[in-house]
Design a binder for this molecule. Sequence first.
Ligand code: URA
Length: 291
Amino acid sequence: MSSDPRERGGRGEAELLVALAVQLAWGADEALEETPRNRFGAPAELAASPVPPLSAVARDSALSFTALSPQAPRLAAPPIAGPVAQAERAAASADTLEALRELFAAFDGCALRETATNFVFADGVPGAPVMLVGEGPGAEEDREGLPFVGPSGRLLDRMLASIGLSRREGTVYITNVLPWRPPGNRSPTDTEIALCLPFLKRHIALAKPKLLVLAGGVPARALFGAREGITRLRGRWRMLEILPLVEPVPTLATLHPAYLLRNPGAKREAWTDLLLLRRRLDEVSPQVRQN
Ligand code: URA
């Protein structure tokens, strides 16, 4: 083995460059740490109030996934502290969608805010009978500041149009679990989802949709606290309680358009879900006609 430090350094550098190339090929486009860091707060304070796991937050929040666990006893609520409590307080203080947008955009407890280009809140007409919740912005959404404007958004628009719905015509209102793009389009962590969940619940409560559609596993995981994959969760209506709404919201989980772009064979299942949506909409809002 050579003892020449330059040679050792050269080999080390080559290995690092190969490792970097692999990460780039996997889609990494930012140099970040594993866990989000609150760059505005005191580190000691943050360490003293860890974010609870998503399952605990969903279980003890205002949501219940009645179809999955109709008789499930309510467990004692764990203390929710730190940034999640901050998010809950901010979200609860919003009386209008505009106030919610401002409070969410100003919320600095989620590190995704530091790497995203734009805050992506919603598109379509608030008050539309159908509200669709996706996962989080991709590259194009991050650039434009609007949800579902990239390739999966174009497919989503075509899917909705096939049952006579459109965000432009006020029949669908669209948002995401996360308003900030995760770097390199990686999956969001449970912590990131837990931090954004209070805003999503308040968003639904203020938009008051007649029907809710969850596109993909992330919103289903966030709102139902469910661990099953989307292929098992999709295709059935479930009632989702969102306080302070008096009535639970009929909610349908379905496949994400990005998944359909990668797996065109799954469009059959997606079509079945779209028909379920159209049928239920005809029942609850017969005036929303299909052309
Ligand atoms: N995928 C999503 O889930 N949401 C978007 O806004 C774009 C892509």
